[in-house]
Design a protein around this ligand. Structure first.
Ligand code: CP
Ligand code: NVA
Length: 317
């Protein structure tokens, strides 16, 4: 396994699942579960009174739209005792050519951590390289690691430990798919990715899988991918920043997750989607609203997973 790249001196960044070893990912999921359980007693019991991030401030920078990531980080921080500042790239001097490195240096003097959604992955790495506070990747064009931590947590709630299990991805090999690939390798589960060749994963990710071992196969046939899978995952055909919408719709039609495709997966397979969903495109109503769908558990678990991530970044260990 490569050395984790998530610590720079004493600063802990959450940039990609690939940077983590299995033990740390499992500990994060266990902590998220503890926070979820603690919340169940609230406000009637004594649970969830623990405020480990009291006095800490998270800056959130959104250069793109968000509902779940934005709200779940905000609420997570408040429930842990901290506060947030919400910023958009367009209202910061970033939009007037201040460098991301200088932005990192300045933010490091004011706040305790930064969560950023910016399509340019290299810029997020640059932010982290120049910050002396933790940086959390809230989605780039290349990955969405906070999402997939919550997804693994959700799978395990419904199906038990993910190690050795089989998951299928159908559709565009996008940022969420890349984080699933990282998770599969690090946590030791099988991943079958079905995408049209034009929208297949980047060669560098294939190389990473080869170098790190892991049971991940990249193919084109959705029926083959879902065979025996205990979880079928899908996502938007057109992600933020994609401009070739018509072409993508044409290429991805055959990858729609519908009742027929779900019937080819394992009996009682679950359906997952990070949301927002485009009903009638990557998934049909009967699947996303049906008994196999766990998409709103997934959305809820973002909140609990964000807490684990924030605590990991902000507490020394
Ligand atoms: N899944 C997800 O990240 O949703 P938002 O874009 O609404 O944050
Ligand atoms: N792949 C989608 C995920 C949205 C949460 C996008 O990047 O737009």
């Amino acid at each position: 396994m490569n050395a984790p790249a998530n610590r720079v001196g004493t600063v802990k960044h959450y940039l990609d699942l690939a940077d983590f070893d299995a033990a740390t990912l499992k500990a994060l999921i266990a902590d998220a579960r503890r926070r979820k359980d603690a919340r169940k007693g609230w406000p009637h019991g004594v649970a969830d009174t623990d405020k480990p991030l009291e006095g800490r401030v998270l800056a959130m920078i959104f250069d793109k739209h968000s509902t779940r990531t934005r709200i779940s980080f905000d609420i997570a921080m408040r429930q842990l005792g901290g506060t947030t500042i919400m910023l958009t790239g367009s209202e910061m001097q970033l939009a007037r050519e201040e460098t991301i490195a200088d932005t990192a240096r300045v933010l490091s003097r004011y706040v305790d951590a930064v969560m950023i959604r910016l399509l340019d992955h290299e810029m997020v790495l640059d932010l982290a390289a120049n910050a002396t506070i933790p940086v959390i990747n809230g989605l780039t064009k290349l990955s969405h690691p906070t999402q997939v931590l919550a997804d693994v947590m959700t799978f395990e709630e419904h199906k038990g430990p993910i190690q050795g299990r089989k998951i299928a991805w159908c559709g565009d090999s996008n940022n969420v798919c890349a984080s699933w690939v990282h998770a599969a390798v690090r946590l030791g589960f099988s991943l079958r990715v079905a995408s049209p060749p034009e929208l297949s994963v980047r060669p560098v990710l294939r190389e990473w899988v080869k170098a790190n071992g892991g049971d991940v196969e990249f193919g084109e046939d959705p029926e083959k991918a879902v065979a025996e899978a205990e979880c079928v995952v899908s996502d938007a055909w057109v992600s933020m920043g994609d401009e070739d919408s018509t072409k993508r719709h044409n290429l991805l039609k055959a990858y729609q997750v519908n009742g027929r495709l779900m019937s080819r997966a394992a009996k009682d397979a679950i359906f997952m989607h990070c949301l927002p969903a485009h009903r009638g495109e990557e998934v049909t109503d009967d699947v996303i609203d049906g008994p196999q769908s766990v998409v709103f558990d997934e959305a809820e678990n973002r909140l609990h997973a964000q807490k684990a991530i924030l605590k990991w970044c902000l507490q020394s260990s």
